[in-house]
Design a protein. Structure first.
Length: 156
């Protein structure tokens, strides 16, 4: 009797409904190389694992919460894949010299990811500053109009 159970596979429609995107979005992400499925025979249905779904959810989060462009998402995803490979190398190596090379290789990957996130954060901060200034301006106009209205009401 096997203790391993086969991982459940999901069809594209199930994944789209679960994640809240269209099947076209999923196909587009595949075309960009952001989401890969296992090789399938021509005409066979696309099938996805829990890992594929988790990756898609992360891509959607990056797109929606951080407002990243697809190009930025691709750059982040490529860096994350490279970091995952380095993590695997780390797990397989006990040699300090090899681990030092792994750390050295990981640093620029994380720096690139951080650069993208900081750039997006800066843009959001600038937009927040603009909105704050607009709000202050509107409140000043509102106060001036209220003062003017009060003067009119108090004038005989």
């Amino acid at each position: 009797m096997s203790t391993q159970t086969e991982e459940r596979r999901y069809r594209i429609g199930e994944v789209a409904e679960r994640v809240g995107v269209t099947t076209r979005t999923i196909r587009y992400y595949e075309e960009l190389g952001l989401l890969g499925t296992t090789a399938r025979p021509k005409g066979a249905h696309r099938v996805y694992t829990e890992a594929d779904i988790a990756r898609l959810e992360e891509l959607i989060r990056l797109r929606d919460l951080l407002g990243l462009t697809l190009e930025e998402i691709v750059a982040l995803a490529e860096a994350e894949e490279a970091r995952a490979a380095l993590r695997n190398q780390w797990a397989e190596s006990a040699d300090d010299a090899a681990r030092a090379r792994i750390v050295e290789a990981a640093i620029p990957l994380v720096e690139r990811q951080l650069e993208l996130v900081r750039l997006r954060s800066q843009r959001l901060s600038e937009f927040a500053d603009e909105l704050s200034e607009k709000l202050r301006s509107l409140r000043r106009r509102q106060a001036a109009l209220e003062r003017k209205q009060t003067r009119k009401e108090n004038t005989p």
